[in-house]
Design a protein around this ligand. Structure first.
Ligand code: ACO
Length: 342
């Protein structure tokens, strides 16, 4: 597997032309909570094992017709309210998801329609857990170029739809939810995306994949026996995540021309507290500078960084001028970062 350090071909874009700022955020999670104790009744596992190996205590699971779209609509609506914007103010909506409701149309189109924001541009992006960070990078570029004034980014997932609840290797990890941010143009050129990166290594695709038929299962690859569900080689993904998280954060700090001390908060994709702690300690980041809400939501793939961003904004833990570093990695394999001065 190629490491992040050895691939610099598509990384590192420098300062945008115009200012861009995050004017509002939103969050939606289903009300149904699936605890570790609930999972003990489904598979051979224990609360102790799950907490020790992952840090996860509970996750939210959709019910009563909740979908990726309905979660996405709620999160974007809240973000628009917080931004004091009307749906009609939106120029573009990007939905990052690996659980799009249908192959066609894009979930983003239906979110736009539900919000009453037609004819706002809409597109889905599919880079698994890296989705929200990739979406923020795309939004920054559209706004900084002057192409669009208001762009909504939402990471929305109904992972429970593609989890096999008989596979203890995966079912304890994932949860449903949506996190959204509105990126808007500003006259203050000091605000915006200072640095962004986006990478992939498709040679490692079989470490985390969702086959539609048994014919797609690679020889010797992990398969839990149920198609249309997530297949994961946990140990390989773990190794990839530990190495890549640290190097992606380091590249982003250096690429921004900053030091660790200049970063107000690192907001990582929420995968596993052991993965996050390992990178944090190696980078010399104090505990309070890496945000973690994984125990309450599990791994929500493309939604996770958006969920964190909203909680931080909502609780007033970030202020104008702060530098935040969004970073994520996941299936594909994919990884990337987005550094913002708020
Ligand atoms: N409960 C109890 N035992 C379990 C469970 C469970 N839920 N799951 C696996 N085990 C068992 C295994 O069967 C194995 O048993 P064996 O030794 O008899 O074969 C044993 O526990 C150890 O298994 P490992 O896979 O070595 O356990 P590990 O310490 O690596 O933890 C885990 C597994 C948590 C999945 C870890 O590998 C991991 O977090 N990997 C990264 C996964 C990830 O983050 N994926 C998300 C998508 S990508 C991303 O977000 C970065």
């Amino acid at each position: 597997m190629t490491s992040a350090q050895s691939n610099t071909s598509s990384g590192g874009r420098t300062r945008p032309v115009l200012g861009a700022t995050i004017v509002g955020t939103g969050l939606a999670v289903p009300s149904r909570v699936l605890s570790n104790a609930d999972l003990e009744k489904l598979v051979d596992t224990s609360d102790e094992w799950i907490v020790q190996r992952t840090g996860i205590r509970e996750r939210h699971i959709s019910e009563n017709g909740e979908t990726t779209m309905s979660l996405g609509v709620k999160a974007v609506r809240q973000a628009l309210d917080n931004a004091k914007l009307d749906p009609s103010d939106l120029d573009l909506l990007i939905c990052a998801t690996l659980t799009q409701d249908m192959i066609c149309p894009a979930t983003a189109c239906r979110i736009v329609a539900e919000l009453g924001a037609v004819p706002c541009g809409a597109m889905d992006i599919s880079v698994a857990c890296t989705g929200f960070v990739a979406g923020m990078n795309i939004a920054a570029n559209f706004v900084a170029s002057g192409q669009f004034r208001n762009v909504a980014v939402v990471g929305a997932e109904q992972l429970s739809r593609i989890v096999n609840y008989e596979d203890r290797n995966t079912c304890v990890l994932f949860g449903d939810g949506a996190g959204a941010a509105i990126v808007s143009a500003t006259d203050n050129a000091d605000q915006g995306c200072l640095y962004q990166s986006l990478h992939s290594d498709g040679t490692g695709w079989m470490q985390l994949y969702c086959p539609r038929s048994e014919a797609e299962v690679p020889e010797g690859g992990v398969f839990n026996g149920q198609v249309d569900t997530l297949q994961m080689n946990g140990r390989e993904v773990y190794k990839f995540a530990v190495n890549t998280l640290q190097s992606t954060i380091l590249d982003a700090i250096e690429g921004s021309g900053l030091s660790v001390d200049d970063i107000a908060m690192v907001i990582p994709h929420q995968s596993n507290t052991r993965i996050l702690d390992s990178a944090r300690v190696k980078l010399g980041l104090p505990e309070e500078k890496m945000y973690v809400n994984l125990p309450r939501y599990g791994n929500t793939s493309a939604a996770s960084v958006g969920l964190c961003l909203h909680e931080l904004m909502n609780e007033g833990k970030l202020k104008t001028g702060d530098v935040v570093l969004l970073v994520a990695l996941g299936g594909g394999l994919t990884w990337g970062a987005s550094v913002w001065r708020l």
